[in-house]
Design a protein around this ligand. Structure first.
Ligand code: NI
Length: 183
């Protein structure tokens, strides 16, 4: 089932998401719906707050990017109760976009690698280091779990330049070819 994507300006995108408990209802159906919602919008990552849920659940499928970023080959993953334990001091600048901020792309500085503690879709615990494009995508989705969006990292000058675009999204004056939730 395709879920509406909550747009920038909705308060759920500014809340810190909570860890889920093992008896979380209909978890696998939610994960399926999140993947379907993400694919329908041509996204490569989606966090639960973007579908209106304050839970630490993230889905990522980077396989469409494997041609340009070999480390993305077969990178289809679910991250539950994710917590970044460590991030590298060395950084990379790359352009990002977000399904909750349609029409905005900004170059964002991110750590080159992160050490992440999380549960997979079967609630098995893991601690892994991710680098390259997966690390970037994880940090972007992780921001959503922490009540942040990628434009928060833009420089003051860039923020000023995109502020009218952000205001348009916040006011619901934006066209999308996927289902969205304005507020
Ligand atoms: Ni996003």
């Amino acid at each position: 089932m395709i879920l509406p994507v909550y747009l920038y300006g909705h308060p759920i995108l500014r809340k810190v998401a909570n860890d889920i408990s093992p008896d979380y209802p209909h978890l696998s159906a939610l994960i399926d719906n999140m993947f379907e919602t993400m694919y329908n919008a041509d996204g490569v990552g989606l966090a639960a707050p973007q579908v209106g849920l304050g839970d630490r659940i993230v889905v990522i499928d980077l396989t469409p990017l494997a041609e340009d970023h070999p480390e993305c080959e077969n990178f289809k993953r679910v991250f539950i109760n994710a917590h970044i334990l460590e991030e590298s001091d060395d950084t990379v600048v790359l352009e990002e976009g977000c399904l909750s901020l349609p029409g905005i792309n900004e170059k964002i500085t991110r750590s080159n690698w992160v050490r992440l503690q999380y549960l997979d879709e079967n609630l098995q615990p893991h601690e892994d280091v991710f680098e390259g494009f997966p690390a970037r995508c994880i940090q972007h989705e992780y921001d959503h779990l922490e009540g942040r969006v990628f434009t928060d990292h833009a420089s003051g000058m860039r923020k000023q330049m995109i502020s009218s675009k952000l205001n348009r999204i916040r006011d619901g004056r934006v066209n999308c070819n996927y289902k969205v939730k304005r507020h």
